[in-house]
Design a protein around this ligand. Structure first.
Ligand code: PMP
Ligand code: GLN
Length: 385
């Protein structure tokens, strides 16, 4: 029998992350695929969630989010980036960044519009474009630099472009967009009078002095940009699904209109706990950052020794390995065989592309895992060399 799923969503069957985590479970392989940390976030934040539940914060939070969380997010954006936001109108907690992305896209584009984004891209973007019924055009980021090709980016814009979807620091490449690249995106968005939705869930995971610059801080951009963050990534609490959208009041209101019919609201006690986490501030972020940085080096040095071409990522918790020096041109093929070959799961970067032949030999390895697990994964991968 043919699938009852609407044709626009054909091809979106199961996410590559779920597929690869299921493969790891089925085969008992070490999961260096899906990006969730092995070690849970700070105990002070978990304690705050327990206290919120014990204190009876267990009914619907307001659709606009708990005031204490909105205030903490506004304060965070001011402290880190000098962005001045009214917590009552310019901040919207969401059910993970995923709902923030969905609400923003569904609120701002409709059939006939076009969206510009970068490839490889996080999978929920294109699923949402499909739900919204909009076409997307892309600028491809290619290994090893993953730099923006200005001509390719310009060519992706048209008179129909209504929205640019940006992700920096970038999953899966680990790239942090430079100020010049962001300025070009900003110029093109302004020239075409397009909105920008910017997914900045890895904002606190940048390394080696590379700086995360929110595009909303560039001249003229604050009024046309919705910025998305996630406590899941910031505090290693991915299962809590607390994210947020910030921006000008009219765009936030538009996202809220959609959000209230997706979930209305969610995660009451977790919202309160995340507010506490944001209040605890820098020492907490530094601690998490240091642990990730150590694992980043461990992973990349290990991959290099095995024989992958690899580069230290500037951001996120993902490292890329190019399998060509090991004799593999097709990373998808390799990823499906990897559990049998050596008991490891990784994600093929082609899963983040329209055209699976782009970046075809690249694998993504998550280093947000316990050090022992990374070491054992690397030990097993040595048999590829
Ligand atoms: N954006 C990117 C780039 C991601 O990697 C992820 C995965 N965590 C998300 C959004 C989704 O974030 P959340 O879990 O907060 O919904
Ligand atoms: N963001 C996570 C990753 O890139 C996956 C989240 C999910 O499974 N949807 O691995």
């Amino acid at each position: 029998m043919s699938s009852p799923l609407i044709p626009r969503l054909h091809g979106f069957g199961t996410t590559i992350f779920a597929e690869m985590s299921a493969l790891a479970l089925r085969t008992g392989a070490i999961n260096l695929g899906q990006g969730f940390p092995d070690s849970d976030g700070p105990s002070a934040i978990k304690e705050a969630a327990r206290a919120a539940i014990a204190d009876g914060l267990n009914q619907y939070p307001p659709g606009r989010g708990l005031p204490v969380l909105r205030a903490a997010i506004a304060d965070h954006q001011a402290r880190h980036y000098g962005l001045d936001l009214d917590p009552d109108q310019q901040v919207l907690p969401t059910v993970g960044a995923t709902e923030g992305i969905a609400s923003s896209i569904l609120a701002l584009v409709e059939p006939g519009d076009e969206v510009v984004t970068f490839e490889p891209y996080y999978d929920s973007y294109t699923a949402m474009f499909a739900l919204a019924g909009v076409a997307h055009r892309t600028c491809v980021l290619r290994a090893p630099e993953f730099a923006v090709d200005p001509d390719e980016l310009r060519a992706a814009f048209s008179s129909r472009t209504k929205l640019v979807l940006l992700n920096t620091p970038h999953n899966p490449t680990g790239k942090v967009f430079s100020r010049d690249e962001l300025q070009l995106i900003a110029d093109l968005a302004q020239e075409h009078d397009a909105f920008v939705v910017t997914d900045e869930v890895y904002e606190h995971l940048t390394f080696d002095g590379s700086t995360h610059i929110p595009i909303a801080t560039l001249p003229g951009m604050a009024d046309r940009t919705l910025t998305i963050g996630s406590a899941g990534k910031t505090f290693s609490l991915t299962g809590w699904k607390v994210g947020w959208v910030t921006g000008p009041a009219d765009l936030v209101q538009a996202a809220l209109t959609v959000k209230q019919y997706l979930t209305f609201s969610g995660g009451g006690p977790f919202q309160a706990a995340v507010a506490e986490g944001l209040r605890l501030g820098q020492p907490l972020l530094d601690e998490l950052h240091e642990a990730m940085d150590h694992r980043r080096h461990l992973m990349v040095e290990g991959l290099r020794q095995i024989g992958f071409d690899t580069w230290l990522p500037q951001g996120t918790y993902f490292a890329i390995g190019d399998a060509r020096p090991l004799g593999w041109d097709d990373a998808t093929d390799l990823c499906w065989q990897l559990p049998d070959l050596c008991g490891v799961v990784a994600i093929p970067v082609s899963g983040f592309h329209d055209d699976p032949s782009a970046n075809a030999s690249l694998l993504r390895f998550a280093f947000c895992k316990d050090e022992d697990k990374i070491r054992e994964g690397l030990r097993r991968l040595q048999s590829l060399g």
